[in-house]
Ligand binder design. Structure first.
Ligand SMILES: N[C@@H](CC(=O)c1ccccc1NC=O)C(=O)O
Length: 249
C-alpha cells in the first residue's frame, strides 16, 4: 500500500506494507529487558478459587492479567509528566502520530567512568536539521538488547548541551535504545530530560521521549517517516510501538 505525503513543501512516498518495527515486545519472563532494579513483568491467568482462566486448564478463554512498569520493562513514550509535580499524561499531550524522522547510529564516547553522547557527535551526524523526530541507535548494536538487564550498568546517556541542541533544532520527539536519556544514578538531576522539555521555564508539553527501543541492524541510518503510537494511558508514560517507514523517493 503506497502513500504519497506532502510535508513542509516536499513530496515523499512510503509503503505501508513495509513497516520497520523498532519496539521491543513485552513478555512475562526474564528474557524481557529490565531497568530500575525491578524484576521481570508478569503475564499470568486470573485465578478464581480453584479455577484457572486458561484454555489448557479448562477455561473457555485465556484471560491474563499483566503486571509491568512502562519505564522499566517496555518500549515506552513519556511526556513532561515524568518529571513534573503536576499530572501531565501522554494521552493529554500527544495528539498527532506521524512525524518526519532521522535515524542516526552513534558510538558513545568515554568520559571518565561514563559513556556519553556529545553535542559535537550529534551535530556532525545529523543530516536534516529540520527533522521532527530523532532516533539514536547506540553502537555497538546487538540483539541481546531485547532482553538486557540494564540495572546498575551505568548506561550511555545524552549530555545536557547535546539535548539543548536537540531542543533548539525544534526536534519534538526523541527516541533511544537506552532505558533513559540521563545517567542511571544522577542524584535526581535528570539534566537531559529537563533540557529536552525545557522544564519548568518554557515547558514543551507536546514533546516526547521514547526509551527502550531496538533498531535492528538491517535498518540503515537515514530519513524515515515515524508512526509513534503509545497506548492511551492517563499516565506520564505508556507502552509504545514506534514504526519507521522508509522514504521511497
Ligand atoms: N536517575 C535518577 C533516578 C531515576 O531516574 C529513576 C529511579 C528509579 C526509577 C525510575 C527512574 N527513572 C525512570 O525513568 C536518580 O539517580 O535519582
Amino acid at each position: 500500500m503506497l502513500a504519497s505525503i506532502s510535508h513542509k513543501g516536499h513530496s515523499y512516498k512510503i509503503d505501508f506494507s513495509k513497516p520497520l518495527d523498532i519496539s521491543i515486545s513485552l513478555r512475562g519472563d526474564n528474557k524481557n529487558p529490565m531497568a530500575w532494579y525491578l524484576q521481570h513483568p508478569e503475564i499470568e491467568p486470573v485465578i478464581d478459587g480453584d479455577f484457572i482462566e486458561k484454555v489448557s486448564k479448562g477455561s473457555s478463554v485465556n484471560f491474563n492479567s499483566i503486571w509491568f512498569n512502562p519505564h522499566a520493562h517496555a518500549t515506552h513514550t513519556e511526556c513532561v509528566g515524568h518529571i513534573s509535580s503536576e499530572l501531565n499524561t501522554i494521552q493529554q499531550h500527544l495528539k498527532t502520530f506521524f512525524f518526519k524522522a532521522e535515524l542516526i547510529s552513534l558510538e558513545p564516547q568515554q568520559k571518565g567512568d561514563n559513556l556519553v553522547f556529545t553535542k559535537k557527535q550529534i551535530s556532525e551526524k545529523l543530516k536534516n536539521i529540520d527533522t521532527e523526530a530523532l532516533v539514536i541507535r547506540t553502537l555497538p548494536n546487538y540483539i541481546g538488547k531485547i532482553s538486557k538487564d540494564h540495572s546498575h550498568t551505568n548506561w550511555p546517556y545524552i549530555e545536557e548541551d547535546a539535548m539543548i541542541l536537540i531542543r533548539e533544532l525544534g526536534i519534538k520527539h526523541f527516541l533511544t535504545d537506552q532505558p533513559s536519556v540521563d545517567k542511571e544514578k544522577d542524584d535526581g538531576k535528570l539534566l537531559a530530560h529537563r533540557a529536552f522539555w525545557d522544564y519548568p521555564k518554557n515547558t514543551r508539553f507536546d514533546a516526547t521521549i521514547t526509551e527502550l527501543i531496538y533498531v535492528p541492524n538491517k535498518i540503515e541510518d537515514g530519513e524515515y517517516f515515524l508512526n509513534l503510537q503509545p497506548a492511551s494511558f492517563e499516565n506520564d508514560a505508556a507502552p509504545c510501538k514506534p514504526v519507521l517507514y522508509k522514504i521511497i523517493d
